[in-house]
Design a protein around this ligand. Structure first.
Ligand SMILES: NC(=O)c1ccc[n+]([C@@H]2O[C@H](COP(=O)([O-])OP(=O)(O)OC[C@H]3O[C@@H](n4cnc5c(N)ncnc54)[C@H](OP(=O)(O)O)[C@@H]3O)[C@@H](O)[C@H]2O)c1
Length: 279
């Protein structure tokens, strides 16, 4: 099976490319910057393809599955999905973005007809929490409410910051009676024991609000993450400012800053960090 990995010189894309090569998968690395893409290809000894996401249709020859690691994904998923449906190529990405989950759920029939899998959210968002949701549903058939939570190491990559900023002005999200509703960001908090003592946790607009409904059929879904009370309070107080993020130049400026400042977890953090999932 040949896997084309787009966004291969990003923090996450490169880690996945290395892992895929270590596992002897047949990988093609791809991205929009020629020097960086070819650099990763040379390091890993793989073929490289350089193209903007909009040109995905011309670049999937000989590819069985495309894994998109170039986010914010609202800007990249569409041409890939169109090209994958057209060419009979499976599509995966590592998004956590609601508009992408919702758009791809709508295209289920087309995917079935084309004989391909459209699988957004194949990263930490939402695989472990979705497995927890599925497990809880198996154990508690007939459940009407689902609460999920996780505690993760705090350092994140620049792309994750940029993607969070991309959607920050959209506020929080919960699913009520089957419908995804907008709620105030950080509007709800609770104490959760993730297995290592009670922690303060706040409600966040995590991808499971969209996806757990498809996995379990449960119509009321909320997701929480561990956050020190002080940080949660700061988020609450700064909420009115988040509307500024709908102003395009402000958003772009902060995204560029976020990309520069957030280097992503170090090798040691990746090796030693622990993440806990709760439901
Ligand atoms: N689900 C999960 O568990 C998980 C985990 C980590 C990250 N993520 C998500 O994955 C995405 C990437 O994160 P990262 O940490 O790897 O970020 P990163 O280091 O900033 O890398 C992003 C990559 O995507 C490319 N890219 C961004 N926008 C593009 C566009 N419009 N067209 C073509 N290429 C584009 C970048 O190329 P340029 O440098 O040329 O812009 C770069 O190669 C983020 O959305 C993040 O939230 C998800």
């Amino acid at each position: 099976m040949t896997l084309l990995l787009y966004g291969a010189y990003g923090y996450t894309g490169e880690l996945i490319a290395r892992e895929a090569v270590d596992r002897d998968l047949d990988v093609i690395v791809a991205g929009r910057n020629g020097t960086k893409t070819r650099g990763v290809g040379i390091q890993l000894g793989t073929e490289s393809r350089v193209f903007p996401a909009e040109d995905a249709a011309d670049n999937l020859g000989g590819v069985d599955a495309a894994l998109n690691c170039a986010g914010p994904f609202v800007e990249t998923y569409e041409p890939f999905v169109e090209a994958c449906l057209e060419s009979g190529t499976h599509y995966l990405d590592i998004t956590g973005e609601f508009p992408v989950f919702d758009a791809l759920a709508e295209r289920d029939r087309e995917a079935e007809k084309a004989g391909v899998c459209l699988l957004p959210g194949a990263g930490f968002d939402v695989v472990p929490t979705d497995c927890t949701a599925g497990h809880l549903h198996d154990r508690l058939q007939g459940a009407t409410h689902l609460r999920l939570g996780f505690e993760a190491p705090t350092s994140v990559s620049g792309g994750t910051v940029a993607s969070a900023i991309e959607h920050a002005s959209a506020g929080g999200k919960v699913r009520r009676d089957g419908v995804v509703e907008e709620v105030p960001l950080s509007g709800e908090s609770r104490t959760i024991d993730f297995g290592n003592g009670p922690k303060h946790a706040v409600r966040i607009p995590w991808g499971d609000v969209s996806t757990a409904y498809y996995t379990t059929g449960i119509e009321n879904v909320e997701v929480y993450t561990a956050m020190p009370e002080l940080a949660a309070r700061a988020m609450e107080v700064s909420q009115p400012v988040s509307t500024l993020l709908s102003v395009e130049p402000v958003k772009r400026g902060l995204q560029a800053l976020g990309r520069q400042l957030a280097a992503g977890p170090s090798e040691t953090e990746r090796e030693r960090g622990r993440t806990y999932v709760w439901g």
